[in-house]
Design a protein around this ligand. Structure first.
Ligand code: F6R
Length: 256
C-alpha cells in the first residue's frame, strides 16, 4: 500500500486526478471503476477541468440503491451524469452503472460481472470509504471474496447518508454493489478519504488486521493501491511519518 498524505483535500485530489490522467494518456481505452458520494466530487471536477479524452474510456460504477427511480436526484445514475459524464466526451454505451430497478437483480449482478470481464477488467478503481470501513457498499462482515450482489446497508451508513435524503428513514436500505472480490481484481485501486470522520476507518484499514469487519483492510492484500488522504483522515495513523518520508523520497520517475 502506498499511503499519500497531503495537506488538504484539494492537494490530495490533485494526486488522484494526475494518476487517472496519466493512465488515460497511456491507455486511451482504459476501463475505470468509479465511486459516488462526497469524496470523489472534487476529483470529478478536476478531471473535467483537465479536458481529457474520454471517447474510448469505459466505466463501471461500484454501486446503486435498489428501488430508487433512475432519475431520482440521489440515484447514483443522476450523480454520475450530473457530476461527470455529461461534462466529458464519454459514449453513453461505455457507461455502466448497476440497475437498481432490474426485474431480476441476481441475474443483473451476474451480467454486470460478465460485462466487466468482457471489457478486459478494471484498470483503475476509485474508492471512497465509509465511516464503518465499507468499500463499495460492502458493509462490515461482507465476504472478502464477494462478487456483485445485493447488500443491506448498516444503520451507520443510513445515518451517514441521511444528509443526502433529508432523513435516515428515506435512505434506501438495499443496494447493488460490486463485491470485494470484484474490487480486488482491479489492476489498481485508489482509495480516497478526507476529514476527521474517516480517521478511525482509515487507521483500521491501513494499520489494523485484515478483517471483514473493516472491509477496506483487504486492500492490504492488493499489489497496487494508493491510499490518498488529507491530514484529517490521516490523523489516527501511527506511522504517518514513515508514509510522508516514503512519498518525499520518491524518485522523479515514480512521482505523481
Ligand atoms: C459510493 C461508495 C461508498 C462511498 C462511501 C463514502 O459509490 O461506494 O463506499 O465511497 O460511503 O461516502 P462519502 O464519500 O459520501 O463519504
Amino acid at each position: 500500500m502506498e499511503i499519500i498524505i497531503q495537506p488538504t483535500q484539494q492537494a490530495a485530489t490533485e494526486v488522484a486526478a494526475r494518476t487517472i490522467a496519466r493512465l488515460l494518456c497511456g491507455k486511451p481505452n482504459a476501463v475505470l471503476g468509479l465511486a459516488t458520494g462526497s469524496t470523489p466530487l472534487l476529483l470529478y471536477q478536476t478531471l473535467i477541468a483537465m479536458k481529457l479524452d474520454w471517447s474510448h474510456v469505459t466505466t463501471f460504477n461500484l454501486d446503486e440503491y435498489i428501488g430508487l427511480p433512475r432519475d431520482h436526484a440521489q440515484s447514483y445514475h443522476s450523480f454520475m451524469w450530473n457530476n461527470l459524464f455529461k461534462h466529458v466526451n464519454i459514449g453513453k454505451e461505455n457507461v455502466h452503472i448497476p440497475d437498481g430497478n432490474a426485474q431480476d437483480i441476481p441475474g443483473f449482478c451476474r451480467e454486470y460481472e460478465e460485462q466487466i470481464s468482457a471489457a478486459g477488467g478494471i484498470d483503475l478503481q476509485v474508492l471512497g470509504i465509509g465511516t464503518d470501513g465499507h468499500i463499495g457498499f460492502n458493509e462490515p462482515s461482507s465476504s472478502l471474496a464477494s462478487r456483485t450482489r445485493i447488500k443491506t446497508l448498516t444503520r451507520q451508513t443510513c445515518m451517514d447518508n441521511a444528509r443526502f435524503f433529508g432523513s435516515e428513514e428515506s435512505v434506501p436500505r438495499h443496494v447493488i454493489t460490486m463485491g470485494i472480490g470484484t474490487i480486488m481484481e482491479a489492476r489498481q485501486n485508489l482509495l480516497l478519504a478526507f476529514g476527521q470522520n474517516k480517521a478511525c476507518a482509515i487507521a483500521q484499514a491501513v494499520e489494523g488486521p485484515i478483517t471483514s469487519i473493516n472491509p477496506a483492510s483487504i486492500l492490504q492484500m492488493h499489489p497496487v493501491v494508493k491510499v490518498i488522504l488529507d491530514e484529517l483522515a490521516a490523523g489516527n495513523l501511527t506511522r504517518s511519518d514513515y508514509y510522508r518520508w516514503v512519498y518525499k523520497s520518491k524518485p522523479d520517475w515514480q512521482s505523481v
